[in-house]
Design a protein around this ligand. Structure first.
Ligand code: CP
Ligand code: NVA
Length: 314
């Protein structure tokens, strides 16, 4: 790719909102572009002249830094905005924010605690909108996770991936990824924290292999990757009672005893930030099966693929 990319035309902007909205071929194309970026094979400055607004309603280390650095490396200009410093925080509507920003910048990434906000932003923006995490999804993370799995263990289609813990936003994007990338997903969650029934019904309709249990050892048995995440997500902080969650989720901790049930060459994944000693032990997180820092690095590469696709590549 040499010339600066144009925003995809014809059928409207290329939004990256949920994996379920996108064809496997498009997702594969993004991953391939991300791999090319990682190998240093992209020519020139494909995002030259493009400005991407990065709006954060919630904190971030990886998403913020990987998008900002990635956009600069592609020749574009990132514009980081925290929701509290823009008029959105004083009651300006998402609809009007979408229309105004579309006149200034070339794409918007949003991290929000309310998925309705990103849907409305995408409806009214005339430029691509990228989901940087919502209360129910984290698709950028999954693109990095699939990239990481495939780097370590080859094609993910047909493999068994196990999730242990809260059926949260990342777990829900894993369900969508199982459908789009063709892997088997076994989720072990407490009954109170299962992923939503409508999403599981969608996965069944898509023919995805998604299995639910309340027994982490059963979920992990023979799995090639074991994944967990924090016990209280950012969008649950105001409502979840910490002690309750802790008691409910302690049996789902990713520790050495649980890893004994996995395939001997299973990798350990976590989107980070980790709460060491809660959902994952130091021993597992720092152990030889852990690929969590490769996963964090791959946010940078995978998101370059997403950006290039959103601006019309492939
Ligand atoms: N994994 C992830 O999205 O991390 P941040 O919250 O630091 O962006
Ligand atoms: N489930 C976590 C993911 C953080 C990247 C949260 O939403 O806080």
């Amino acid at each position: 790719m040499s010339a600066a990319l144009k925003t995809a035309g014809g059928t409207g902007p290329r939004h990256f909102l949920e994996l379920m909205d996108l064809e496997p071929a498009a997702l594969r194309r993004m991953l391939e572009l991300g791999r090319q970026a990682k190998r240093g094979e992209l020519q020139g400055q494909p995002l030259a002249g493009k400005t991407v607004a990065l709006i954060f309603e919630l904190p971030s280390t990886r998403t913020r830094v990987s998008f900002e650095v990635g956009i600069r490396q592609l020749g574009g200009t990132p514009l980081v905005l925290t929701a509290k410093e823009i008029q959105l925080n004083r009651g300006e509507s998402i609809k009007d924010t979408a229309r105004v920003l579309s006149r200034y910048v070339d794409a918007i990434m949003l991290r929000t605690a309310d998925v309705a906000q990103i849907r409305e932003l995408a409806e009214y923006a005339t430029i691509p909108v990228i989901n940087g995490l919502t209360n129910i999804s984290h698709p950028c993370q999954l693109m990095a996770d699939v990239m990481t799995f495939e780097e370590h263990r080859g094609p993910i289609a047909g493999q068994v991936v196990a999730w242990t813990g809260d059926g949260n936003n990342v777990a829900q994007s894993f369900i969508q990824a199982a459908a789009r990338f063709g892997f088997t997903l076994r989720l072990a969650t407490p009954p109170e924290l299962q992923p939503p029934a409508e999403l599981l019904a969608w996965a069944r309709r898509e023919g995805a292999r998604v299995e639910l249990t309340h027994d982490p050892a059963e979920a992990v048995r023979g799995a090639r990757a074991v994944v967990t995440d924090c016990w209280i997500s950012m969008s649950d902080e105001k409502t979840a009672a910490a002690q309750n969650r802790h008691n409910m989720l302690m049996p789902y901790q990713l520790n050495a005893a649980l890893m004994k049930h996995a395939a001997p060459d299973a990798i350990v994944m976590h989107c980070l930030p980790a709460h060491r000693g809660e959902e994952i032990t130091d021993e597992v997180m720092d152990g030889p099966q852990s690929v969590v820092f490769d996963e964090a690095e791959n946010r940078l590469h995978a998101q370059k693929g997403i950006l290039l696709w959103a601006f019309g590549a492939g």
